[in-house]
Design a protein around this ligand. Structure first.
Ligand code: CP3
Length: 333
């Protein structure tokens, strides 16, 4: 069993396992090299040779316990034939959302369109570098995907004013998302993903009263589905006010926390294994501060099943030497 699997089963491990969200990305010169000659991000995700190589890049440098497949949560709306582009210095930009178009997509067509992602997962899973480690597949939670599909770009701090105007559309889209998210999860697992992480990056935008409809129930359905396939599932409801309620209702195998929440109260309140927390901006400071902040998390969770990770993705400005230091420090703790 891998250290991450042991931790998720609530067991004590000799060392705290570690992987980092966005561990394969722009802070690595070897990634920027590939990116420079591949200006189209979607095509890069759909190039199984390059995306598998990028996935493995951080494992060649650091003693990480997992690789996360180089892809994006927005490959799902792409698979549903909504236009998705990644614009330099802007981020994702989606095209019009048409219920008619999306309703026409069938399972075969969807899998065909995203097929290179599954082949890439297969390639990584067969590589020696992943032996005794986990390969993390992932999806966006239905709510966060809905946010991008309706909003068309990052909501930054708030939703557009008329977000909920077309309730009919939202009610029709959610079950379609659920259906294709399950297909996407199943294909990733079939091809070698050994853990699934569900990213709900915009969970923090909703009021308490809307959580059951848009977050709890749709995510719970996916969590149950992953569990039925005997694969552990980690949820990351970034910015949610009450992690305890979320865990009690959604029941993931582990929960990733953001850097706004107090790890001490999380450790006290939450019984399931915890992942993450450290503010990625700490990696932009100095070794002393990195040491201090990392120790804070390691100390708080020393008697709790804990997977080290960040409270959001590695920032592009990060010096890889700082990541190296962090990984070594966690391993030596
Ligand atoms: O973590 C990893 O290393 C695996 C790959 C991964 C990417 N996106 C690659 C990516 C994962 C797990 C994601 C998830 C993702 N994508 C989320 C959830 C996590 C989070 O960040 O909250 C979200 C909301 C997206 C949507 C998305 N994709 C945005 C908002 C952006 C632009 C912002 C940015 O960081 O550039 C992307 C682009 C993106 N996804 C890049 C990468 C490496 C940058 C592409 C580039 O090189 O220009």
């Amino acid at each position: 069993m891998t250290p991450i699997q042991e931790t998720i089963l609530n067991k004590k491990t000799k060392n705290t396992p570690i992987w980092l969200m966005r561990q394969a990305g722009r802070y690595l010169p070897e990634f920027r090299e590939i990116r420079k000659i591949n200006p189209d991000f979607i095509n890069l995700c759909l190039n199984e040779n390059l995306s598998s190589e990028i996935t493995l890049q951080p494992l060649k440098r650091f003693e990480l316990d997992a690789a996360i497949i180089f892809s994006d949560i927005l490959m799902l709306p792409y698979g549903l034939n909504q236009k998705v582009e990644f614009k330099k210095d802007f981020g994702p930009q989606l095209g019009p959302l048409s219920l008619d178009e999306i309703s026409k997509v069938d399972e075969v067509g969807f899998i065909e369109k995203l097929y290179p992602i599954y082949k890439s997962i297969k390639k990584v899973s067969e590589n020696n570098l992943i032996k005794n480690k986990n390969l993390i597949g992932f999806v966006g939670a239905p709510w966060t995907l809905l946010v991008y599909m309706i909003n068309k770009h990052s909501p930054k701090k708030e939703l557009i004013k008329d977000f909920f105007k077309d309730k009919f559309l939202i009610e029709k889209i959610l079950p379609i998302l659920e259906k294709f998210l399950k297909i996407h999860i199943n294909q990733q697992i079939k091809n070698g993903a050994t853990v699934i992480q569900i990213f709900d990056s915009w969970a923090g935008l909703l009021d308490e009263k809307d959580l059951p409809n848009y977050i709890y129930t749709p995510t719970q359905n996916l969590v149950e589905y992953v569990k039925s396939l005997n694969i552990p599932v980690i949820c990351f409801p970034r910015g949610i006010k009450n992690y305890k309620n979320y865990c009690d209702i959604v029941e993931p195998d582990a929960v990733n926390i953001d850097y706004e929440v107090d790890p001490i109260s999380i450790c006290r309140e939450i019984k399931i294994p915890v992942q993450g927390g450290l503010d990625p901006k700490v990696l932009l400071t100095d070794i002393n501060n990195l040491k201090k902040q990392t120790l804070k998390y390691l100390d708080v969770f020393k008697d709790h099943p804990y997977i080290f990770n960040l409270g959001h993705g590695v920032l592009p400005e990060t010096n890889p030497d700082m990541v190296d230091y962090l990984v070594k420090m966690v391993k030596d703790y």
